[in-house]
Design a protein around this ligand. Structure first.
Ligand SMILES: NC(=O)c1ccc[n+]([C@@H]2O[C@H](COP(=O)([O-])OP(=O)(O)OC[C@H]3O[C@@H](n4cnc5c(N)ncnc54)[C@H](O)[C@@H]3O)[C@@H](O)[C@H]2O)c1
Length: 327
């Protein structure tokens, strides 16, 4: 019989509790760690078979722990992940695992050197709707992809410690880079901090890839529309992933430009069917946790860690561009 993976989790806040719920179902929760006493008390009551502590070192010192799950605030991700990898543990860490590309490079190198899983929590890559998007792009159904744009807007939740680029953009960026399978050769970001000095509430990003594909992201918590949407424009078809839709998460549009034979440069447009493929209702977080445990069992591919590095590298470049415009 296959051994059950023993998991220690640090960070039992708003998001951490969702991870605990899944890892309790899928693995053996051995340790729960949080700096706040109230959280420790509550989780000790809810998960009586796990040991509870405020000391991350105590969790790492336990040879029986195979894997660590990190759901603490972003600035703590890099030091905690580094410590866990150095202690020989596989790591699932919430996004982004580091705030600087040099730090993320160090983490990826450490995971590769020690043959450990390092998986950033890019939740939306496990969303069945986003998986469908990837399938459509890779199967050439859309023809050459020309451009992609993401809308992640709402009124709230207004953050004071990270800007809209880092808080919201990490989701769309992970999807866009995964779909195009390239890193951008040029990036621009413009935005402004209206509410908290130095923390941009509204950010517009432009990315251009070596293949000529272009992408755009509108990220904002000051907006009348609640939008969670990715649009992919292909030469033959166009597709929209809309996470606000209950049933029609993915819509394919038979819309494209075409050039009638014998005419040169006289472009016309073609409009055909519009259809929505069936998307399974599986919980993305559960699929994400299952994937992590699968990697722990079969051994790391390092693909997830390298994809995470591309995301952090691009975020850093976009942040530099934002800061340059601000300066
Ligand atoms: N994938 C998603 O869709 C998604 C959604 C929300 C949050 N997140 C991510 O989850 C992470 C946590 O966010 P949150 O909203 O749950 O934050 P939170 O503030 O609610 O929870 C963080 C918890 O970590 C604990 N903590 C902080 N430093 C610690 C340390 N050194 N040792 C032990 N405990 C420590 C705090 O006491 C707190 O309970 C962030 O990285 C965030 O980006 C991801």
């Amino acid at each position: 019989m296959e051994a059950v993976t023993r998991v220690g989790q640090v960070g039992l806040g708003y998001w951490g509790k969702n991870l605990v719920r899944n890892f309790d179902d899928l693995a053996r929760l051995t340790w729960l760690c949080d700096a706040e006493e109230a959280n420790r008390t509550e989780f000790a009551r809810r998960y009586p078979t796990a040991r509870v502590t405020d000391s991350f070192e105590q969790v790492l010192a336990d040879d029986e722990v195979d894997a660590i799950v990190i759901a603490t605030p972003v600035p703590t991700h890099y030091p905690l992940t580094k410590q866990a990898l150095e202690a020989g543990k596989h790591v699932f860490v919430e996004k982004p695992p580091a705030m600087r590309a040099s730090e993320m490079e160090e983490l990826v190198a450490l995971a590769e050197e020690r043959n450990l899983v390092l998986m950033p929590g890019h939740l939306l890559l496990y969303h069945p709707g986003v998986r469908k998007l990837k399938e459509l792009v890779d199967s050439s159904e859309l023809g050459d992809v020309l451009c992609i744009y993401g809308n992640r807007q709402n009124l709230g939740k207004i953050r004071k410690d990270e800007n809209a680029l880092w808080s919201l953009g990490v989701h769309d960026l992970s999807i866009i880079l995964w779909l195009v399978d390239e890193e951008p050769s040029e990036v621009w970001a413009h935005g402004n901090a209206f509410l908290t000095p130095g923390v941009e509430d509204v950010v517009f990003c432009y990315l251009r890839f070596p293949s000529g594909k272009i992408a755009h992201m509108h990220l904002s918590w000051l907006d009348p529309h609640k939008m969670r949407k990715i649009t992919v424009v292909g030469r033959d078809r166009m597709v929209v992933f809309d996470d606000m839709e209950l049933e029609r998460k993915v819509t394919v549009y038979e819309k494209a430009p075409w050039e009638p034979a014998g005419t040169y440069g006289e472009w016309r447009t073609r409009t055909g069917d519009i259809f929505s493929p069936k998307i399974p209702n599986d919980e993305p977080l559960r699929l994400e946790c299952e994937h992590f445990l699968h990697l722990v069992r079969v051994g790391p591919t390092h693909v997830e860690a390298r994809d995470g590095l591309a995301v952090v590298r691009t975020l850093e470049q976009l942040q530099d561009s934002l800061a340059a415009v601000r300066a």
